[in-house]
Ligand binder design. Structure first.
Ligand SMILES: Cc1ncc(COP(=O)(O)O)c(C=O)c1O
Length: 394
C-alpha cells in the first residue's frame, strides 16, 4: 500500500500537544509548531484497525501483556537490527522518560553520580537531578560539522561515586547515528569503570539512508548485564499518545529491581490500545516505515537546499538519524532570548531553543522536519522572511 505523507491533516481540536500547547506556553495560537518530536503524518492503517478492533470489545480493565506483544518486539529487533533479544528481558513501560527515571531510582543511590553527554534530550538531566543524584556532564565536541563523544574527558570525569551513564543513540538533538567503533569505545570505558548504561534508543528506527543504528547491547554482548536498552514504536510510528515502550534488561537481578521500582510507582501495567498499536506496528507496518524513511530523506534534502539557497548563514548540521535537525544561528550574533523572540513573535515558528539541551548549545535551535513538505516549506519561508535581512558576522 502507498501512504500519502504530503497530506496535511488539521490536528487542532484533538488536544495535540504540538499544535495546541503554543496557546498555553506562549499565549499564541498561530505558531507553526516545529518543536516537539511528534510527526504530522497519519499512522499506518493496520494500527488503526487493531485499535478499532480492540475497542469493540467493551471492557477496558487492567491489562497484561500478551505473547503477541513479546513476539512482535523480539522479531522486530531481530529483523531490523539482527539483535537476539530473549522474551524474558522485555519489560513494558508506558514511556521512556518514566523508564529512565525508574532506572536511576533502581540502580543508583541518592548522591551517586550519573553521566550524560549534552547537548542531549533534556529529561535526562531532570531524571538525575529530580531523583537527588549528581549530574556529570561530558559534553559532545563539534569537530567540523560532526559531533563526537569526548572519550578522554569521559575517563576523567568518572570517579568511584559515578554509577551510570545515560546514552542517547541515535542522538537527539545533534542527529548523530553513532558508529560501531564509537559505541565500542564507550562500552569499553563503561565496562572498565563499572558503569551501568541506560541506552535510550527510541530513535533507533529513524535513520537516514546510508546510516545504520546498532543497539549497544547487540554490539557489546560481554556488557549486556550492565545495559538497560529503551526502545519504543512511539517515534517510529507516531504513537506517542498511546504510551507503549519496551525496556530490555538481560540481567535477571537488575530486571527484578527495575520491575519492583515500576510496580512501586504504579507504572507497570499495559495500556490496552498502546499494546495493540505496538503489536500491529511491529508486525504489519514495516512498509509504512520504509516509505516514511524515504519521505523524511526527501524532506531533509529539501530543507538543506532551501536553507543553502535562502539563508546560508544559518548552518544546518548533517542529519544522520532522528527527524530533528540541529541548526546553528551563531553567525547572526543574536542572544538566545533575541533569537527566540524573533522566531516566535516575528516568524511565528516554534522551534526548540538549543540551550534547553545543555552543554555548548547557545545559538542553536532544533527543528522538527517530520511534517508534510508544504508545511516544512511554510516554516522555512517564515524563518527566512524573518532573518533573511539580518546582518551576519561572517
Ligand atoms: C531521546 C528521547 N527519549 C525519550 C523520548 C520520549 O519518550 P517517551 O514519550 O516514551 O517518554 C524522546 C521524545 O522526544 C526522545 O527524543
Amino acid at each position: 500500500m502507498n501512504y500519502n505523507f504530503d497530506r496535511v491533516i488539521d490536528r487542532r481540536g484533538t488536544g495535540s500537544l504540538k499544535w495546541e500547547y503554543g496557546a498555553i506556553a506562549h499565549g499564541a495560537d498561530d505558531l507553526l509548531p516545529m518543536w516537539v518530536a511528534d510527526m504530522d503524518f497519519e499512522v499506518a492503517s493496520p494500527i488503526v484497525e487493531a485499535i478499532v478492533s480492540r475497542a469493540r470489545h467493551p471492557l477496558y480493565g487492567y491489562t497484561l501483556w500478551k505473547d503477541s506483544y513479546y513476539d512482535a518486539v523480539v522479531q522486530w529487533m531481530k529483523r531490523r537490527f539482527d539483535w537476539d533479544v530473549a522474551k524474558d528481558w522485555i519489560v513494558y513501560s508506558p514511556g521512556i522518560v518514566p523508564a529512565v527515571n525508574l532506572a536511576v531510582q533502581a540502580f543508583t543511590r541518592p548522591g551517586d553520580r550519573v553521566v550524560i553527554q549534552p547537548p542531549v534530550y533534556y529529561p535526562f538531566a531532570n531524571a538525575v537531578l529530580n531523583n537527588g543524584r549528581q549530574l556529570v556532564n561530558n559534553p559532545l565536541v563539534l569537530a567540523g560539522d560532526r559531533y563526537r563523544m569526548n572519550f578522554d574527558q569521559l575517563e576523567e570525569v568518572i570517579d568511584s561515586r559515578t554509577k551510570m551513564m545515560i546514552l542517547c543513540s541515535p542522538h537527539n538533538p545533534v542527529g548523530r547515528v553513532w558508529e560501531p567503533e564509537e559505541l565500542l569505545r564507550l562500552a569499553e570505558i563503561c565496562r572498565k569503570k563499572n558503569l551501568i548504561v541506560v541506552a535510550d534508543e527510541i530513535h533507533g528506527d529513524l535513520v537516514m539512508r546510508g546510516h545504520r543504528h546498532t543497539p549497544l547491547a547487540a554490539l557489546a554482548p560481554e556488557m549486556k548485564d550492565m545495559i538497560v536498552t529503551c526502545t519504543a514504536p512511539s517515534k517510529t510510528f507516531n504513537l506517542a499518545g498511546l504510551q507503549a515502550a519496551n525496556i530490555m534488561i538481560a540481567n535477571e537481578e537488575m530486571r527484578e529491581r527495575y520491575i519492583v521500582a515500576s510496580r512501586n510507582c504504579g507504572v507497570w501495567l499495559g495500556n490496552i490500545f498502546g499494546l495493540e498499536a505496538l503489536t500491529a506496528a511491529y508486525s504489519r507496518c514495516e512498509d509504512w516505515l520504509e516509505q516514511l524513511l524515504d519521505y523524511l530523506g526527501g524532506n531533509d534534502q529539501f530543507f538543506r537546499r532551501f536553507m543553502a539557497d535562502h539563508l546560508p548563514a544559518a548552518r544546518v548540521l548533517p542529519l544522520e538519524g532522528t527527524y530533528l535537525a540541529w541548526m546553528d544561528f551563531r553567525a547572526f550574533g543574536y542572544s538566545d532570548d533575541e533569537l527566540d523572540e524573533l522566531l516566535l513573535n516575528k516568524a511565528k515558528v516554534w522551534l526548540d531553543r538549543g540551550t534547553l539541551f545543555g552543554g555548548p548549545s547557545s545559538g542553536f535551535q532544533r527543528i522538527n522536519i517530520a511534517c508534510p513538505r508544504s508545511l516544512l516549506q511554510e516554516g522555512l519561508e517564515r524563518i527566512v522572511g524573518c532573518l533573511g535581512g539580518a546582518d551576519v558576522r561572517n
